[in-house]
Ligand binder design. Sequence first.
Ligand SMILES: [Zn+2]
Length: 120
Amino acid sequence: MDRFLTLLMRALRLRCPVCGRGKLFHHVFTMYERCPVCDYRYEREEGYFSSAMAINIVISEFIVAGFTVPLAANPSIPAWMVLLGGAPFTVLLPLLLYRHSRSTWLSMDIYVHPLQHSSD
Ligand SMILES: [Zn+2]
């Protein structure tokens, strides 16, 4: 559990899951290829972060559904108003969660598949 919390905190702080000191991003949406501190290669293989994108989109859509469905069920609120109010969030939330979905995916991978060698 202690290791899990450490990896979770590193993901929330957008830090390398291996050393906890190296930053993951050098620009808003651009990741370092390797950790600047421990040289851990972030993208393990081609398409490594596609699952992070899927998780990001699913979480974003659940959040949007969480507030639009109750509003849509209310007959006093017009449907067009719910659609106009919720539609921007289907684009904004995946952008806002982009970095943390990647960092969480990296930490989950390190948790499930711990490194065997420091050069990984
Ligand atoms: Zn590192």
